[in-house]
Design a binder for this molecule. Sequence first.
Ligand code: UTP
Length: 289
Amino acid sequence: MKVRKAVIPAAGLGTRMLPATKTVPKEMLPLVDKPAIQYIIEEAAAAGIEDILIVTNRAKSAMDDYFDYYPELETRLNQGGKDRELTEIRRVADLANIFYVRQKETKGLGHAIWRAKRFVGDEPFAVLLGDDVMRSDKPVIGQLIEAAEKYEASAVGVQQVGLDVIGKYCSVKTEALEERIFGVSDLVEKPRPEQVFSNYAILGRYVLSPGVFDVLENLEPGYGGEIQLTDGLSKLCRMEKMVAVDFEGRRYDTGNLKGFLEATIDFALEHPETGEWLQDFLRKKGKEL
Ligand code: UTP
């Protein structure tokens, strides 16, 4: 079945980016000239997704406003002949049909996804985490959708990480199916060294079967007292087919300070207005250090 819908959980408290995220949602912090959430919506739209649900909370209404029209500003830009800016803010508002639902209590990623049950209905859907921004030639979520459709399975996006850091991620038990695609028979969140299945870690992108909702509904709180998506997926992969896609692209965790700065620098180096200037600046800085 075709994947037409996406869910972006963005209701986390962003405690790793405080104090900035006390009143500004971390998904709205700019990576050069666009908020992080825009890159994610653009990735979904480029993969052919038309309907997107953002899971938010009471402190995140800046996101709803961002993807809305803003007539006063548009009139002003029009009168001032600022055509480029006008076209861009309209393009942003028209990227996709965006829906919102609130996660009324911060009970974990699994709980946030469960809030999408009514929106999704009975079809497979994409999940893009609100703070994982990807850089790739082909949209990462599109790579997963292709595999999910081919194998008629759920799909998780993975990449290899060092064995010294796998304990911070979800480790996947993999069986090779074809180049870059594996069958998944088990997975474990934040494994202790003796629990590690492989150094393939899940990194922020999923295509899930609607069967996940029944699993999430009956899940006990796990790590950190939260309803963990990966606990649900470890059940799901025993009940239904699941594949892992070793996706092509670079992932930035913009929900922590170092990942946020890496993304900012890399994106600014590629940006036509800042690229050359930043190269010069970094060269000078390098000599000073
Ligand atoms: P994170 O753990 O990276 O986000 O959750 P967080 O909870 O905001 O981060 P810190 O640790 O406090 O800094 C992964 C994704 O799941 C969402 C987050 O918004 C992020 O996209 N999430 C997490 C929810 O939507 N609801 C939750 O209850 C928890």
